[in-house]
Design a protein around this ligand. Structure first.
Ligand code: MRU
Length: 375
């Protein structure tokens, strides 16, 4: 079940906006989400009392972005366990809610494994639910720490690759505190540059069709006091041609073993533009986004979203729901992949919490993952 409650906006900084939190009121535990479909117009919280409500929130993009999907998935398992639902069934439904961001299954499986292990050890469902929640909390905390480390590595890389005078960074989609336990992935790098006085401008792609750039990244950039400018996705080419972009910095939903990067649709054209204009194309993602079981880009399942997201312009609060204003004749078919895949040869570097992979090769990626696993 899902409940909604409005809350005031105020002028909290991005890190103070909890995209997700676990609460335990007397009626029983709940997962509270900041409904991202309503931003920036309203800050409304969705209160999920079961995994089914969370699945719906994931599908509608009320909660979204790879790392946050992982955290949400883990809490979803904990919620099912704490409320006495069938944990295996909830885990299956959560994992299947969206296919591309591998973090979702990583989070779900981690909490489910903790639940199963505790149940096998103690035979006590309450202890197992506590273990699932502990696993979700640990993932949440680790993601915050990873975010801070990616920001440090990413800023150091920018400083190394670019000459002085301030960085002009182009980003796509949304990758800040709204998708993370911390300050995000790509956006956290831009934020670190801003705090260090080395961000000249953040160019924000609006990110058609659901406008994660315009609605969410601009919202976070404004709150951070960054110099930022919003552009339509198809204005990026002329911006590169004018020599106004020093680096493209984006997040990722899944990185295959060969270094192929799935991210919000529109990322691949930016990589092509970046290569043509000799601009670094940098991907920032935690290791939970690297999937060594997916061999290459062609093996990544790309989510196809409903056509109405393209044929209609939705009011922000209706995004993902339909009922928007038609911008195409009734009955028009739409091609609406949520993500595209950038081949490794177009990626200058992958920045993770454990360090930077550059050049991007299967061997270098595997080595970084092995080093991290070895502790
Ligand atoms: O469809 P969304 O809004 O979940 O897509 C999100 C993105 O594509 C982000 O760029 C990606 O998750 C990386 S940000 C941490």
């Amino acid at each position: 079940m899902v409940d909604q409650q409005a809350r005031t906006g105020g002028d909290r900084r991005p890190t103070e906006i909890p995209a997700i939190r676990w609460e335990e009121p007397p009626e029983g535990p709940v997962l509270v989400l900041l409904d991202q479909t309503r931003l920036p117009a309203e800050e409304v919280e969705l209160v999920c009392t079961d995994a089914a409500a969370l699945v719906e929130a994931i599908r509608s993009l009320a909660v979204r972005g790879a790392p946050l999907l992982g955290i949400a998935g883990a809490y979803g398992v904990a919620l099912a366990a704490a409320r006495g639902f069938d944990v295996a069934e909830a885990a299956r439904a959560l994992e299947e809610a969206r296919p591309t961001a591998v973090n979702l299954s990583v989070g779900v499986r981690r909490a489910q494994a903790a639940h199963q292990a505790a149940l096998a050890r103690t035979g006590d469902p309450t202890a197992a639910a506590v273990a699932a929640l502990a696993a979700a909390r640990a993932l949440h905390q680790e993601d915050a720490e990873a975010s801070a480390r990616m920001a440090d590595h990413g800023l150091a890389l920018l400083d190394e690759l670019l000459s002085g005078g301030g960085h002009r960074i182009l980003t796509h989609c949304n990758s800040g505190s709204l998708v993370s336990g911390g300050e995000g992935t790509a956006f956290a790098v831009a934020l670190a540059a801003h705090r260090a006085g080395r961000l000249r401008r953040l160019w924000v792609d609006e990110t058609r069709p659901l406008l994660q750039g315009a609605r969410l990244t601009a919202y976070e950039a404004a709150r951070s006091g960054m110099a930022y400018t919003l552009l339509t996705d198809n204005a990026a080419g002329s911006l590169f041609a004018a020599g106004e972009v020093d680096a493209v910095v984006i997040g990722a939903d899944r990185i295959a073993a060969d270094g192929s990067v799935a991210n919000k649709v529109g990322s691949y054209p930016l990589a092509v533009l970046a290569r043509y204009h000799h601009v670094p194309f940098i991907v920032v993602a935690p290791l939970t986004t690297v999937d060594l079981d997916t061999p290459d880009g062609a093996s990544i399942e790309v989510e196809q979203r409903p056509g109405f997201e393209v044929t209609e312009v939705a009011a922000p609060q209706a995004a993902g729901v339909g009922g928007g204003i038609p911008v195409a004749p009734l009955g028009t078919q739409a091609y609406n992949p949520a993500f595209d895949v950038t081949p490794p040869e177009l990626v200058t570097a992958i920045v993770t919490e454990e360090g930077v992979v550059s050049p991007v090769t299967a061997e270098a990626l595997a080595e970084l993952c092995a080093r991290s696993a070895a502790g």
